[in-house]
Design a protein around this ligand. Structure first.
Ligand SMILES: [Zn+2]
Ligand SMILES: [Zn+2]
Length: 368
């Protein structure tokens, strides 16, 4: 079969002829890969950044955001059958720490987890993949065209879940049986795939959503946000004083920009008792000038929380699928608009290197 293989730590990426995986254990599923998404992690790997080949191997098949269709199941697989659509999760636990033993690999404390397509396990940029049914998330057929975004959706589900859990636990009156997000004002910073998926979840939960980016008002990102009832604010034309008068009670900021200088300035927008959840991973090494004392004063005097969130649990993948279902009913055709570029696997280099101004989600197509 064909696969996109990388020599970790280099820019040597090739379309390789690779041995097709076969079912080795009764609980395994073999799938043909339909689509694989590309994100900043893939681009970082392909430019010589963070990535590891499996032990004893020189190359890593990249790719961690996928949707696929089952071609074969092992003898112990009961809940899946050929033709079903599935998404495989990314992280596998260390099998040692309490978090991993409780199947919360995303909270692994030893750091000895592995990740398909990133760390010590081959990824999904190939024609076929085999994995255990334990890591397969069922996808309704009607979502098969957009389910390639399930992995980034799971990351956002976790981030919003973390904020909800913390806020309802520490501020008891928020917890009245209904979703605490209902009626709250939330700022989403950065309207790439993560930011727009966050806006979808927040709108589904009844929040008022303000989306911040630096694109024009009539760009796809801003338009998609407005279609779901969000308000677009251009960061280039923002006057902080006016913003704070207009939106004095921002109770949650979902950070999805990964730009440290911007993120520090965002904290100023957070309301009393508010929480900010960080999902972006800044790629640069530049030092930032921060008014540290002012920042600390604000966090203390306003009872504010800043929390980071990475990866997701299996339940977050499942919740992502549920929210895709709700979103496609509420805003038909909206999720499809998030996939702005599609490339055949032969053109993987263009998919990884080409950046268009209107880009949101780039995907590689393996099979129809
Ligand atoms: Zn990704
Ligand atoms: Zn662990």
């Amino acid at each position: 079969m064909k696969a996109i293989a990388l020599q970790p730590g280099t820019k040597n990426l090739r379309l390789a002829d690779w041995a097709e995986p076969t079912i080795q254990q009764p609980d395994q599923i073999k799938v043909k890969v339909l689509q694989v998404g590309i994100c900043g992690t893939d681009r970082e790997e392909a430019s010589g950044g963070r990535a590891d080949a499996p032990p004893g191997e020189k190359e890593l098949i990249i790719g961690h955001e996928m949707v696929s269709q089952i071609v074969e199941v092992g003898s112990a697989v009961k809940n899946f059958k050929p033709q079903d659509h599935v998404v495989f999760t990314v992280r596998r636990g260390c099998n040692k720490c309490p978090a991993c033993l409780a199947w919360r690999f995303d909270l692994c404390t030893t750091g000895n987890y592995t990740e398909r397509g990133i760390r010590a396990r081959h990824g999904f940029q190939s024609e076929f993949v085999v994995d255990s049914q334990d890591f397969a998330i069922p996808v309704p057929a009607e979502l098969s065209k957009i389910a390639v975004m399930t992995e980034p959706m799971s990351v956002v589900e976790k981030a919003i879940d973390e904020a909800s859990i913390i806020q309802t636990a520490r501020i008891p009156y928020l917890n009245k049986g209904q979703d605490w997000l209902s009626g709250k004002t939330v700022l989403v910073a950065g309207l790439g795939p993560i930011g727009l998926l966050a806006a979808i979840i927040l709108r589904l939960r009844g929040a008022t959503v303000i989306g911040l980016d630096v694109v024009d008002d009539n760009s796809p990102r801003a338009k998609i946000l407005k279609q779901m009832g969000g308000t677009y604010v251009n960061d280039r034309s923002i006057v902080m004083k006016d913003f704070l008068v207009k939106y004095p009670h921002i109770e949650l900021i979902v950070e999805a920009a990964g730009i440290a200088a911007l993120d520090f300035s965002l904290i100023e927008m957070l309301g009393i008792n508010g929480i900010m959840v960080l999902t972006g991973v800044p790629g640069d090494q530049r030092l930032n000038n921060v008014d540290g004392a002012g920042l600390m004063r604000q966090l203390v005097l306003k009872n504010q929380v800043v929390v980071g969130s990475v990866n997701a649990s299996i339940d977050h993948f499942k919740r992502g699928i549920q929210d895709f279902q709700s979103a496609s009913k509420q805003w038909p055709g909206l999720l499809e608009q998030l996939i702005t570029q599609r490339y055949s696997f032969e053109n993987f280099e263009e998919a990884l290197n080409h950046h268009s101004a209107d880009e949101i989600k780039v995907i590689i197509e393996w099979n129809k």
